[in-house]
Design a protein around this ligand. Structure first.
Ligand SMILES: *Cc1c(COP(=O)(O)O)cnc(C)c1O
Length: 394
């Protein structure tokens, strides 16, 4: 099997599994308990907090553990909104191609009277900082922009956006779930106020993540209860999960540049191979993208059929995001970068990890080529395109 769906989830690293296993066996005390068995768990939790903070250039006191990226996104946005209500600032700036954890939270706020400006994402899959600055108003309480897109892998100009937000005195949240552990992320360098990350996207366990909250930013609770996480996130801590997340993160950032170089070289081999397919196009900028992301549109086919046939050939890929597969709507990300509905339907995302080999790239390319040709053989849209009844877009 070739696993090329790391943007959906990653395999846990052996070290992370070992950390989790040994803690579940030996260190199952409640970190809030005062006896030593509980305090040992507390020490492990705090050590993980320090390790994670140091990877992103934060202070340990600025890290809140959550159940994952979605919870972190919700808490960050709803906290900024609560401050907005207090200060009579009910406008938020974001982009049209955020993850649904962000977009659906913003839609909820709209129902509570917030105004939301979703910035245009250009054909290259990037937003323009100047346009973001123009969208900021007197009553803007939050700018939330993702670091790297989960479908097309494009990396946003976060540093420039952070500068603008700091200068304009607006809170800046970044969904960095696809970035942390894959590219260098530093909250201090980039003037980031809040940042979401998720362990299962960097070889840690599912159901655990963290929210970075810069000192001075006021956080509201999503979950009320005990005083865990400095009173900002109630519930007995997931000590094995958090410790395994720290293990995984330390491991992935070790020699990250080397690993990224290898992954990107395989990525580029796949991209140049798939480009040979007629009436196809790479989605998103070729350079400002995650090392492991390949996303293509092939005219005249359905992405779902393509990925099911690839599965038969032992390749795990995705069409659009995992959250929308099963629905008939094309990806909101591909629509946001201006792909028409028909074209957006024929999309394929491959997200590769460090275990990928150059030979896997060749296998992927030949399998995709073969399958696209096969599907086009009986596609009515393709027939219309070939007979000139419909015009090619790509
Ligand atoms: C996966 C993902 C999330 C959600 O994270 P979970 O830990 O699965 O809740 C949020 N944002 C982006 C960009 C993601 O890729």
């Amino acid at each position: 099997m070739i696993y090329a769906d790391n943007a959906a989830t990653t395999k846990m690293s052996e070290a992370a599994v070992n950390t989790m296993f040994s803690l579940m066996n030996d260190c199952w005390g409640n970190p809030s308990s005062l006896y030593s068995h509980g305090q040992k768990a507390k020490d492990i939790l705090e050590k993980a907090r320090e390790d994670i903070a140091s990877v992103i250039g934060a202070n340990a006191r600025e890290i809140i553990f959550t159940s994952g990226g979605s919870e972190a996104d919700n808490q960050a946005i709803l906290s900024a909104a609560a401050q907005g209500v207090k200060n009579n600032k009910k406008h938020i700036v974001s982009t049209a191609f955020e993850h649904h954890a962000v977009l659906h939270t913003l839609e909820k706020l709209k129902r509570y009277g917030f105004e939301i400006t979703l910035l245009n994402v250009h054909e290259d899959g990037l937003i323009v900082p100047g346009e973001l600055e123009n969208a900021i108003r007197e009553d803007t309480c939050l700018v939330t922009v993702m670091y790297a897109n989960n479908e097309i892998g494009t990396i946003q100009p976060v540093h420039e956006i952070g500068e603008i937000c700091r200068r304009r005195n607006v809170t800046f949240h970044v969904d960095a779930v696809q970035a942390v552990g894959h590219i260098p992320v530093n909250v201090a360098d980039d003037n980031i106020d809040m940042l979401s990350a998720s362990a299962h996207k960097f070889h840690g366990p599912k159901g655990v993540g963290f929210l970075y909250v810069r000192k001075g930013i006021i956080l509201s609770n999503l979950i009320e209860g005990g005083a865990q996480e400095r009173g900002k996130r109630a519930g007995t801590e997931n000590v094995p999960g958090v410790a395994a997340m720290a293990t995984a993160l330390k491991e992935v950032v070790n020699d990250m540049d080397e690993k990224a170089k290898h992954i990107a070289s395989v990525r580029d081999r796949i991209i140049s191979g798939l480009k040979e397919i007629p009436h196809s196009a790479l989605n998103g900028d070729a350079f400002k993208r995650l090392p492991g992301n390949v996303n293509f549109c092939f005219e005249g086919i359905e992405g779902e059929s393509l990925l099911l046939l690839l599965d038969d050939k032992g390749i795990c890929a995705s069409s659009g995001s995992a959250c929308t597969s099963g629905s008939l709507d094309p990806s909101h990300v591909l629509l946001a970068i201006g792909r028409p509905h028909d074209v957006a339907h024929g999309s394929l995302r491959l997200s590769i990890g460090e275990d990928i080999k150059q030979a896997d790239a060749d296998c992927i390319v030949s399998s995709v080529k073969e399958t696209v040709e096969y599907l086009r053989g009986f596609s009515p849209i393709w027939r219309d395109l070939m007979s000139g009844k419909k015009e090619f877009i790509l």
